[in-house]
Design a protein around this ligand. Structure first.
Ligand code: TXE
Length: 517
């Protein structure tokens, strides 16, 4: 039975109350309804946010539109925008413990891990601040002596940002600072399960000097607030992270007003382990890859594809190390895997394992929820003997459940790797250069890690092929995605090219003389 410490000094005695941020002011929802969040690890009420309605979303959009059309945000010099983003990064660091604790209490992730995410998020705000200073277009001087072509990049406009519950503060920090760096204004809707840290970010942005309306935050359900943002004609672009199902719906609705979309959706990411790999490093990465964030991670390495000649011993070691993973109270600093986000989600995870077993797979470890004094926890689970057509091999389980398949050749490994509709990321483990390069070239995924897994850098683009999404976050592309291109064609010198030909030296009643240059 997992022990949960209800007397932990970091557990709040009373839930924290939040408001909506609209036009630089905090307010309650128009209908004064609220959403209460209970810690999935402790069953204690930790946060209360307004349950926004369509009218709140509309007020936020009007504010963001005004802040874009009238300014001042899009009209500021990049250096001034950059300074606000840098101040925000400093304030994020000053309030890091508070932000990490909120994400831990609302999501159930280990506090030690949440601290790392907040530090990573501050780095993203700084990186976006750098990009703000270097966003520029192109000049074409090769169009002949009479023409200068200038391609300018302008801010895209009002961005609706919709985020999920698995990395609340990190994911908003993969979007909002880049949109702001480009000069856009935003309306943000965090997940109704984990809105706390995003609302604290609102306080930080006001303190950092972001003008009213440049970033608005409306909490509430996806169906009400999120859908209203996607439909609204005054929104120019949607940046969404969440399920593939809602992502597809969002793209369809956004098409009615031809909004730009950036979609970061699910994954069913394989780790390919070849017999010649550094198996010690590979086994550690496999265990990390599936249990990090309790497997509630789009990049989770949820499929292990292992070469048949080492499959037996490698799998034994995966199982042994999985058994040793410390699951428990997220406030305990020794914990590596915390609670599952919701009761429904835990049931869904267990369902995948039950169905796989019924279809003939072998549950080598775990397979069900763990007995705990409070909260909801899933046992680290290893399912072997999985075949490619099983749901556990194709669908995103989003839990600490590893599906194991075997292969003989590089060809077969690549076919298995590409055998789902997703294409977010993959890991390849081999000491052979050719194996690594061949696999990396042929795997259809936005990121391929070679002899490492799930490392992330602000500089490197992140996003998916196929049903894993549209567009890229992070890297230079992130800020460019929030710009619109405008072409300026500038004639210089006297005209020499007339639509209706004119005689050399002919006088015009307009006072000009036709000249040939
Ligand atoms: O996601 P949703 P859920 C996957 C993962 C998980 C599954 C369901 O497989 O098991 O999705 O999670 C908002 N219009 N991922 O239900 O519903 C919603 O309020 C506009 C992968 O939480 O997609 C939230 O803010 N918005 C993923 C956000 O969309 C709507 C991370 C995501 O919620 C909406 C999370 C609507 N009609 C889950 N309906 C990843 N890529 O990392 C909901 N929302």
């Amino acid at each position: 039975m997992l022990a949960i410490d209800l007397k932990h000094p970091l557990l709040p005695r009373t839930p924290r109350q939040f408001g909506l941020l609209i036009d630089g002011k905090w307010r309650s929802a128009q209908e004064e309804k609220v959403v209460e969040r209970t810690s999935p690890a402790h069953d204690v009420r930790v946060s209360v946010y307004p349950s926004g309605e369509v009218a709140d979303a509309e007020a936020a959009i009007v504010s963001a539109r005004r802040a874009f059309d009238i300014g001042p945000w899009p009209k500021l010099k990049a250096a001034e925008r950059s300074r606000v983003l840098l101040r925000a990064a400093d304030l994020i660091e000053q309030r890091a413990e508070e932000l990490a604790l909120l994400d831990t209490l609302e999501n159930g992730k280990p506090l030690t891990q949440a601290r790392g995410e907040i530090a990573g998020a501050a780095d993203l705000w700084r990186y976006a601040a750098c990009l703000a200073r270097d966003l520029h277009g192109d000049a074409y001087t090769n169009l002949g002596p009479a023409m200068l072509g200038v391609v300018v990049r302008e801010p895209m406009g009002v961005i609706a940002i919709i985020t999920p519950w698995n990395f609340p503060f990190l994911i908003i920090s993969q979007k909002l600072p880049f949109a702001l760096a480009a000069g856009c204004t935003a309306v943000v809707k965090p997940s109704e399960l984990t809105s706390g840290s995003t609302l604290v970010l609102g306080e930080i942005l006001l303190e950092a000097g972001l003008p009213p309306g440049a970033a608005n935050i409306v909490t509430g359900s996806g169906r009400q607030v999120g859908a209203a943002m996607v439909r609204h004609p005054a929104v120019d672009m949607i940046s969404f992270t969440g399920s593939t199902a809602v992502g597809k719906m969002t793209v369809a609705t956004a098409a009615e007003t031809l909004k730009r979309v950036s979609m970061e959706l699910g994954g069913k990411n394989p780790q390919l382990v070849f017999a010649d790999a550094d198996l010690e490093a590979a086994v550690d990465a496999v265990v990390f890859g599936i249990y990090f964030n309790a497997g509630e991670c789009c990049n989770s390495g949820s499929r292990l594809l292992v070469q048949r000649e080492i499959a037996g011993t490698f799998l034994d070691e995966v199982v042994a190390r999985s058994r040793a993973v410390p699951v428990g109270d997220p406030l305990d600093e020794r914990t590596k895997v915390g609670a599952i986000i919701s009761a429904d989600h835990l049931g869904k995870i267990e369902g995948y394992v039950t169905d796989a077993a019924a279809a003939g797979a072998e549950v080598r470890l775990g397979g069900q929820r763990l007995a705990a004094e409070r909260g909801r926890f899933m046992a680290p689970t290893v399912v072997a003997g999985v075949s490619p057509e099983m749901a556990i091999a194709r669908e995103e389980v989003f839990g600490p459940v590893l599906a194991v398949l075997t292969f003989d050749t590089v060809e077969e490994a690549v076919t298995l790797a590409n055998g789902t509709g997703y294409g977010l990321s993959a890991g390849v483990w081999s000491r052979d250069y050719d194996t690594c390069q061949t696999a990396a070239a042929r795997i259809r995924a936005g990121t391929v890690w070679l002899n490492t897994f799930m490392e992330g850098f602000a500089e490197l683009p992140f996003g998916g092929f196929g049903e894993s999404g549209i567009g890229r976050e992070l890297g230079r592309h992130a800020a460019l995605d929030y710009t619109e291109i405008k072409t300026l064609q500038m004639h210089r010198g006297p005209r020499s090219d007339w639509w209706l030909p004119r005689a050399q030296g002919a006088q015009s009643p307009l006072g000009s003389q036709a000249t040939l240059s």
